[in-house]
Design a protein around this ligand. Structure first.
Ligand SMILES: [Cu+2]
Length: 278
């Protein structure tokens, strides 16, 4: 017997809600009261994210005329010069001056776009001096963070904790396949590649929780590779470091023999990567 429409709607709403709750629970480490800050367009929180947004708006402003102008011209011509069947068409063609203009003006636009883009890419790729160094290591299917400045504290499957208004330089790699560490509010999306080290830097301008997600299809549980970053005051950061150092002090010695994400792992990673062909 078919269900009445109202019941079906209710069922659909319940399913969507359940899916939403299930998804929300993936961010279990984040307190429920924290807003989900992920939007780099509305809410950039690093110098790079601000500049990426400004550049995007500049790019849209510079290219929008090329979308609008032909449409407006087309409509104008349709209504202004549209004639009934049987009219003799005009016979002129070619206009060298016009053709030169519509070649040079777009070319200049591209040059104008390229200059700030080049500067911004340089700023993204040149690491400034770090206040805090971290290492980000991609695993199928979770993120590991290490703090080489602080007795090499290692954490997995928990939020990355960093101090506010400090320049953080992150060395990134992966032990298996390509992943990508993507935190939109920081303006960062960087591949983590087995056997290679990639680098990013960020200086977050305010405290809070920031979410991200692995952005390189890396296998069956790719969608579960979520990222939480907790940005705290320097005092809170120091306290957190002290707590972690105490927590992991005994385990550290036991982990001394744990494999580094270097040569051996990288080879395995390369093989796994070929298999998964991401
Ligand atoms: Cu991944």
């Amino acid at each position: 017997m078919p269900r009445p429409p109202a019941l079906r709607t209710l069922l659909a709403v319940a399913l969507v809600a359940a899916a939403g709750i299930a998804l929300g629970q993936d961010f279990a480490n984040v307190p429920a009261t924290e807003p989900s800050i992920t939007d780099w367009m509305l809410d950039p929180v690093t110098p790079i994210a601000h500049e990426v947004r400004s550049y995007t708006l500049f790019l849209v402003a510079m290219t929008l005329p090329y979308l609008l102008l032909p449409q407006v011209l087309l409509l104008y011509c349709i209504f202004k010069f549209g004639k009934k069947p049987g009219m003799r068409p005009a016979t002129f063609h070619e206009n060298v001056r016009l053709e030169v203009v519509w070649t040079i003006v777009p070319a200049l636009t591209l040059v104008l776009l390229a200059i700030p883009a080049y500067g911004l890419i340089k700023k993204i790729e040149n690491m400034p001096e770090a206040d805090v160094n971290i290492q980000v290591i991609g695993h199928q299917f979770y993120w590991e963070y290490r703090y080489p400045d602080y007795n090499d504290i290692r954490i997995s499957e928990e939020p990355l904790v960093i101090p506010v208004n400090k320049t953080v330089v992150a060395d990134m790699t992966s032990v298996d396949v390509n992943h990508a560490w993507w935190v939109p509010a920081f303006g960062i999306k960087m591949d983590t590649v087995p056997g290679r080290t990639t680098q990013v830097w960020f200086n977050v301008e305010r405290e809070g929780w920031f979410k991200g997600q692995c952005a390189e299809l890396c296998g069956t549980l790719h969608s579960k590779m979520l990222i939480d970053v907790h940005v705290v005051s320097q005092e809170e950061f120091d306290a957190w470091i002290a707590k972690k150092q105490a927590e992991f002090a005994p385990a550290d010695e036991a982990e001394e023999t744990a494999p580094e994400p270097s040569a051996g792992d990288a080879d395995e990673g390369a093989v796994a990567q070929e298999q998964s062909a991401s």
